[in-house]
Design a binder for this molecule. Structure first.
Ligand code: PMP
Length: 439
C-alpha cells in the first residue's frame, strides 16, 4: 500500500519511472505523450541536459545560503535576464517557490505599497470570477473558483469579482469583439465605484485564462481599457502569468501581446520548467522605491526565497527559451497545433470551441454546438476524457465544473516547446481515440 497523499482515484496516480523529451514513462514501461506538462509546467520536455548540468554544477558549488545574508550568482543573473525581457517599467524580482507564493507575494506587496504611500484605506482587491490564482488563503480568496473556496469560506479575505473576458460564451449576437471587451472591462469601473473609488488597491487577472476554462485569450482592446481604469482610480494591475507566462503563448510574457503595462507580474511553472520548484514576482521601480524609501522592507519572506539551485535551473531554462530560440518557435508550432485540432475536431458535433495562443490551447466540449448547451454535470465528461486520454497514452489537463455561472468541460493542451509536426499528429490521433471512446 502506498502512503503517498493525495491519491486521486483508486488507480491514479501511477508511479512515474523516467522522462525523456516529450514523453513520460511509468514503471511498466508505458510511454505517455506529455501534452500538458502537468499544468503547463514542462516547457522544455524532460531530461534537458543543459538544465540538469546547471543544477548539478550549482549543487557542487553551494546548495543553500539564507537570503538575509547572501544572494547568489544564479539569482542575480536570473533577475537581470528576466528584467531585460520584462515589460517596460518592471524593474525588480522577488523569487519564491511556486505560483501560489508568487501571487501571495504580489497581493501583499500591492497592499503594502499603499500603506507606504499613506493610503491605508485601500483594502479591497478585485479579481475575475473565471480565474484561479493559487491555493494559499489570500490567493484562493482572489480566485473565483467557488468549489475550491467553499470549505474555507469563513476564512476568506473579502475580495470582489467581476466577469472575465470569455467571448465564446459572453459576446452577444451582433456585438463586435471590441464592444464586448469594453463592456467587460467597464465592469471593473463599476465595481471600483461600488466599493469606493479610493478603497481598491489592486485588480488581478490572468492575461490568458488557464486552469478554469482552457486557454481563454482576451479580445483586442480589453486590457487597454483595464489599464485606463486602473490609472484613473490609482489601482495597481497585477497580472497572473503563472500558467500563461514564460513563452507559453508565443512571447516570453503573455501580456506583451495585449500591449498592456502591468505594475506586478507573477510567473512560475515554465520558469523552472519542472526541473526545480520556483516562481517569481516582478514589480515596477515605483513600487520598489516606495517601499525602500518608506519602511525599507517588504513585510514578507520564506525560507527558500531565491534558492540558488532553483535559480540555477531557471537561469538555464530561460537561456534555452530566449538565447536558445525556443520561444521563437512557439507561435508557429501553436498555429500548426490549432490548425490540426480544427481539421480533426472542428466539425465534431460536441466540440464547441478550439482556442488559445501559442502552445496553450483549449477545447470546450458541448452537448449542442448551436445552443452551446454544456453536458450535464452527472456525465462528468472532463473526468472521462482525462481517463480515456491517459489510457490512449496522452497527458492533458481536463477541467470541468461551474465557473461564473457557466458549466463546462474543457481540455487544456500545453505541450513542450520542443515538439515537432509528428508530435502534433500524435496528439490529434490520441485525442481522437479518447473522444471516440467517451462521446
Ligand atoms: N495562478 C495560476 C494562473 C495558476 O494556473 C496556478 C496553478 N495552476 C497558480 C496560480 C498556483 O500555482 P502553484 O500551483 O504553483 O502554487
Amino acid at each position: 500500500m502506498s502512503h503517498v497523499f493525495p491519491r486521486h482515484t483508486k488507480t491514479l496516480p501511477l508511479t512515474v519511472s523516467h522522462g525523456q523529451g516529450v514523453y513520460l514513462y511509468d514503471v511498466d514501461g508505458k510511454a505517455y505523450f506529455d501534452g500538458s506538462g502537468g499544468a503547463a509546467v514542462s516547457c522544455l520536455g524532460h531530461g534537458d541536459p543543459e538544465v540538469t548540468a546547471a543544477i548539478k554544477a550549482q549543487l557542487d558549488a553551494v546548495a543553500f545560503a539564507h537570503t538575509s545574508f547572501f544572494t547568489s550568482a544564479p539569482a542575480e543573473a536570473l533577475a537581470d535576464k528576466l528584467i531585460a525581457h520584462a515589460p517596460e517599467g518592471i524593474d525588480r524580482v522577488y523569487f519564491v517557490s511556486g505560483g501560489s507564493e508568487a501571487m501571495e507575494a504580489a497581493l501583499k506587496l500591492a497592499r503594502q505599497y499603499y500603506v507606504e504611500i499613506g493610503q491605508p484605506q485601500r483594502r479591497h482587491v478585485i479579481a475575475r470570477r473565471q480565474s484561479y490564482h493559487g491555493n494559499t488563503l489570500f490567493a484562493l480568496a482572489t480566485g473565483g473558483n467557488a468549489w475550491r473556496r467553499a470549505p474555507f469560506a469563513p476564512l476568506m479575505v473579502d475580495t470582489a469579482h467581476i466577469s472575465a473576458c470569455y467571448a465564446y460564451r459572453g459576446q452577444e449576437a451582433g456585438e463586435s469583439a471590441e464592444a464586448y471587451g469594453l463592456r467587460m472591462a467597464n465592469e471593473l469601473e463599476a465595481q471600483i465605484q461600488r466599493l469606493g473609488a479610493d478603497t481598491v488597491f489592486a485588480f488581478v487577472a490572468e492575461p490568458v485564462v488557464g486552469a478554469t476554462a482552457g486557454a481563454v485569450p482576451p479580445v483586442p482592446g480589453y486590457f487597454k481599457r483595464i489599464r485606463e481604469i486602473c490609472d484613473q482610480y490609482g489601482v495597481l494591475l497585477i497580472l497572473d502569468e503563472v500558467m500563461c507566462g514564460m513563452g507559453r503563448t508565443g512571447t516570453l510574457f503573455a501580456c506583451e501581446q495585449d500591449d498592456v503595462r502591468p505594475d506586478i507580474i507573477a510567473v512560475a511553472k515554465g520558469l523552472g520548467a519542472g526541473y526545480q520548484p520556483i516562481g517569481a514576482m516582478l514589480c515596477s521601480a515605483d513600487i520598489y522605491t516606495a517601499i525602500e524609501d518608506g519602511s525599507g522592507y517588504f513585510q514578507h519572506g520564506h525560507t527558500y526565497v531565491g534558492h540558488p539551485v532553483a535559480c540555477a535551473a531557471a537561469l538555464a531554462v530561460l537561456t534555452r527559451l530566449t538565447d536558445g530560440g525556443l520561444v521563437a518557435r512557439v507561435d508557429e508550432m501553436g498555429k500548426r497545433l490549432q490548425a490540426a485540432l480544427e481539421q480533426a475536431f472542428g466539425q465534431h458535433p460536441n466540440v464547441g470551441d478550439i482556442r488559445g495562443r501559442g502552445l496553450f490551447r483549449g477545447i470546450e466540449f458541448v452537448m449542442d454546438r448551436e445552443t452551446k448547451a454544456p453536458f450535464p454535470p452527472e456525465r462528468a465528461l472532463h473526468k472521462a476524457l482525462k481517463k480515456a486520454t491517459f489510457e490512449a497514452g496522452l497527458i492533458c489537463y481536463p477541467m470541468g465544473g461551474t465557473i461564473d455561472g457557466q458549466r463546462g468541460d474543457h481540455i487544456l493542451l500545453a505541450p513542450p516547446f520542443i515538439l515537432d509536426d509528428s508530435h502534433i499528429e500524435e496528439i490529434v490521433t490520441k485525442l481522437g481515440t479518447a473522444i471516440d471512446t467517451v462521446i
